[in-house]
Structures are given as structure tokens and as C-alpha cells.
Design a protein around this ligand. Sequence first.
Ligand code: PLP
Length: 402
Amino acid sequence: MQEMECSLLRPPNTSATVEADMVRTVSAWRYRAPKHHYGQGMSERHHAVDQATLAVTAGRPPRTPDAPLNTPIVAASTFVAGGDIEYAREGGPTIAAFEELVAQLESVDLPTPAQAVAFSSGMGAADAILDLVPLGGRVIAPTTAYTGVAARLRELGDRGAIELDLVDISDTASVLSAIDQPAALLWLESPTNPLLERADLDAVLSAARTRGLRSVVDNTFATPILQRPLNSGADVVMHSATKALSGHSDLLMGALVTSDADLAESLRGRRTLLGATPSAFDAYLATRGIRTLPLRIERGQQTAALLAERLAAEPSISRVRHFGTMLTIEFGKDAQRADRVCNATRIWVHATSLGGVESSLERRRRWPLEAAHVPDDLVRLSVGIEAPEDLWRDLHEALQAT
Ligand code: PLP
């Protein structure tokens, strides 16, 4: 499909009445919330503060007397005509606060803040990017991408909407050679879900940039706390905000972040037309969740490192992989044992998804869509913020009991 400018979708500004203008002047933050109002002060001090500070301060309403500290949940499907946002499919003030926050975290090291576009799920965000690929355009993607994205790419490939070229993203030479042929999009996920494979982002993204090839990095597993692909030259960073960003397993959301203003506009246009706009309530919860992201990642990462070390010493575990707050373990090809362990824990929750405050685990191949190259006995663990020794004891007891 052709790229369509979002601005084409918008009506020309209508003139407001004097009365309406007075209302706006008195309570500007309440009725009119142009995107730039949120986090405006912090944008100016972009370089001066640490990412941990931005996590708390970005995306707040301006500090005017009586203003709330937190961006309110603006529950409105439509807005009084004449402003930046007319209809909630285009976004809204609560969503704009989330976008400001995510953009600041991903671009903390860049000279100017990036822009983020929020979606109703990670898959909605992925689809917006894929929708910008011209019909039949070649897309280079990981052989081991997240199963939902992989399925969508296959579907588009099978129906001829894209030409799909799968590469092992941990093999830099293969990626570089794939990039040498003309392509419309380089899709990276690093680390991958669930195999935790990593691309050499500096090498492949700078090569893509040199060739004028648009690149996307799914940064869901690393989060902007552990990795910021815009620094390495990515055009777009993608998130399933359902996971660690929001961090409480209580919503579905996605986000795209880019420093390219035209691309951000195109992605907003995709969101408006495809209809994958999040609700104000979810955006509020996600913003609230991100306030503690640095602390949650720090804690989860420390615990995951401790568990990785102890699990590697377990005789019945044949392989341990580890990145950030994520682990995978294998049980010497014994998938039934893997299932028994998942069902035997009492603190770890046997559930899909990841990145919540609660630790969870699951055998990935229980999902029919999961790729055949993921070992049948592989259990993915997402480490939360519970006491590390409680998590270890629970896991150890489950291992001994099964
Ligand atoms: N990308 C990765 C790495 C994921 O793990 C997921 C979901 O598990 C997605 C994208 C899709 O996100 P969502 O479930 O929010 O649509």
C-alpha cells in the first residue's frame, strides 16, 4: 500500500468561538492537550538528566498552579473541533503523555528527542510498519522472530504482499550479504523471543543506513534501559509495551519510536486508518508502569543473573540462556518434564507473556505456532521483582519434585 500522509486525513482548522477560547485559556491542560505540552520542560533539559530521572519526569503535565501531577485519563472519543486532535483514533492527551515518555527514554542519548506513536498492541505496531512496505517489497527478517510477527510476515509473504527473506540475525555476515540486495525493510528483533539471539546492531544498522534501507528493531526484550537501537542507526524502535514497559500484565499496548518526523507522521497515519489506537485508560496504566521501569529492570536483571548461574549447575538442565530479565532452560529433550516443572511451581506463574512484576514461565512449544527450531523442551522464564531466594527455592523445589 502507498504511504499516505496523515495530514491528508485531517480537516482544515475550523475557527473557534470567543467563548470556547476563554475556556481553553483557563484550563488548557484539561481540554486541549497538544502533544508538546507533556514533558515540555524535560525536553528542554533533555541532556541534563539521567534516564532514571526521565522515567519519572517525562510525559507529565506542565507545572502550572492546580495542574495534576499525573496526566489525567481523558476518556473521550471526540474532541471539540479546531485543535490538534479531533477524534480519538488519532490519539489523545493520555496517549500523548505515554508517547512522550517512551520517546524520551529511547532517545536519551540523541541530540534531539525522538517521537513515539502508541498502538493498541505490539502486533498493531508491527503491522503499521509492514503496511508502509510497497506491494511486493523485499523484507529481510530474522528466522527466529517472535512467533506472532513471524506468522504475520509469512502470511504477507504467502499472499505476495511482500517478498520475505529470512536470515540468521546473529550471523552478521549473512545479514550484511542480505542487505547488499535491494530491499524495502530490514526487520530485526534483538534479543529474539525466545532464543535470545542477538544481532550486531552497530554493524548491521549502519550498513542498512548507508544503503538507504529502512530498519526496525523490536526492542521488547531489552527495553530502552538495556539497549537503545536509535543510537546504532535504527530508523524505528518497536515495543510490545504489553511486556516490561508497562510491567504489570494488565494491558496490551505497542509503541514505535523514530527520530524521523516524516516517518512518525506516516506511522500515525497508519494507526489512524488501521484503527490500532490504544485506550486512554491503558495509556495511563502503561505510563504509570514505566515510572518504575529502571528499578524493575535492575532488580529483575540481578535476580536473573543469580538464577542463571544456579540453573547452569543443575545436572538435569542441559542448556541455560540468559539476557537481561529473561532466561531459557532446556531439559535434555524431555518436554514432558519441562511441562511438569511449569506446573509444579507455586510462586512462578505458569503463563505466557513476560516482563511483569510477577515471575512467569512456560514451555514455548506448547503453542502450535511456535517455530520448529525452538527446542521442544525449552522453557522461557521471565524474572520479576520477588525476593530472589524465594524464586530460587520455588524453582529448585519444582525441579526436585518432578
Ligand atoms: N514482539 C515481541 C518480542 C513479543 O514478545 C511480542 C509478544 O509476545 C510482540 C512483539 C507482540 O506484542 P503484543 O502481544 O503486545 O501484540
